[in-house]
Design a protein around this ligand. Structure first.
Ligand SMILES: NC(=O)c1ccc[n+]([C@@H]2O[C@H](COP(=O)([O-])OP(=O)(O)OC[C@H]3O[C@@H](n4cnc5c(N)ncnc54)[C@H](O)[C@@H]3O)[C@@H](O)[C@H]2O)c1
Length: 273
């Protein structure tokens, strides 16, 4: 996948973020920083990734995995921890903004509470912005990385933001989540243009229904989703976190060297209907 160098992944304690962190480690990253609100889960994920990678490499030293408990809604904490990652690794080549929350508003937009609206926007959109801003400042000041692919322009850094099928279309009872994911596409497109000529690429991935704790922890939500998947997803199945991670690593690494400002749908065909 051409991901030499160092990665920072938010939301790394669960689901898709965890799959992305593991994929970076397996595909040749020298170091991965795991950021998440959930400190206990972060430690377990670090141990799990280290164990998988050392077994694969016959116990030779491989990718360095470091954890940074972080609330992405806390600007000061985000700045301090992104800078700490850069100091530890010497640079940050890839940033994946996977931290996110989802909730439904019973009764729809007319009955959504201000509290739930603000919380979803704060984690999903503001959190993504804070991490992007601090990381971009670091990336813009570092020398470009040497690609392992021949004849490719070098890149200074690459940021992948998490939108959703709900960044492209609306889904009922999800006003705040849908607004946050549309906002992430706006952030991605505008910021990508700011730095396209500087070797800093910024893209978004738009997953469809994917099997993670976000979608499977509530049996009622899961049942409704499985029915919806049968009728609305051309592939008639949910995605696996690893399938989303593959798209993220493509967007992060040198194989997407001419791609910036894009929104890559990984949704079993949902938004193509
Ligand atoms: N699962 C899906 O079907 C699906 C579909 C489209 C998009 N997405 C997006 O993919 C991303 C990953 O989702 P997932 O399905 O892996 O969910 P998940 O619930 O399994 O993981 C989300 C992670 O984000 C962390 N997090 C939440 N609030 C945080 C905060 N304030 N600061 C730091 N970390 C925080 C959680 O602790 C958790 O570890 C999210 O942005 C989500 O919106 C998911």
């Amino acid at each position: 996948m051409d991901v030499p160098g160092f990665a920072l992944v938010t939301g790394a304690a669960s689901g898709i973020g965890k799959a992305c962190a593991l994929a970076f480690a397996k595909e040749g990253c020298a170091g991965v920083a795991l950021l998440d609100l959930n400190a206990d889960a972060l430690s377990s994920v670090r141990d799990e990734i280290q164990s998988i990678c050392s077994k694969a490499a016959n116990d030779k030293p491989t990718c360095r995995i470091e954890i940074f408990p972080t609330d992405v809604t806390n600007e000061e904490q985000v700045s301090a921890n992104v800078q700490a990652v850069a100091s530890l690794f010497g640079r940050i080549d890839y940033v994946v903004n996977a931290a996110g929350i989802a909730l439904k508003h019973a009764g729809g937009a007319a009955y959504a509470t201000s509290e739930s609206w603000k919380r979803v926007l704060d984690v999903n959109l503001n959190g993504t912005f804070y991490v992007l801003r601090e990381s971009a400042r670091i990336m813009l000041s570092q020398t470009p990385i040497v690609s392992s692919l021949t004849s490719r322009p070098l890149q200074r850094g690459s940021i992948v933001n998490f939108s959703s099928i709900q960044g492209v279309v609306g889904i009922t009872l999800s006003t705040a989540y849908t607004a946050s994911k549309h906002g992430i596409l706006g952030l991605t497109r505008s910021a990508s243009e700011d730095y396209a000529k500087d070797g800093l690429r910024i893209n978004a991935v738009c997953p469809g229904y994917t099997e993670t704790p976000m979608t499977t922890r509530n049996p009622d939500v899961l049942k409704a989703m499985e029915e919806r998947v049968q009728s609305a997803v051309p592939m008639q199945r949910m995605g696996r976190p690893e399938e989303i991670a593959d798209a993220v690593l493509y967007l992060a690494g040198g194989r997407s060297s001419f791609v910036t400002g894009s929104a890559l749908a990984v949704d079993g065909g949902y938004t193509s209907r």
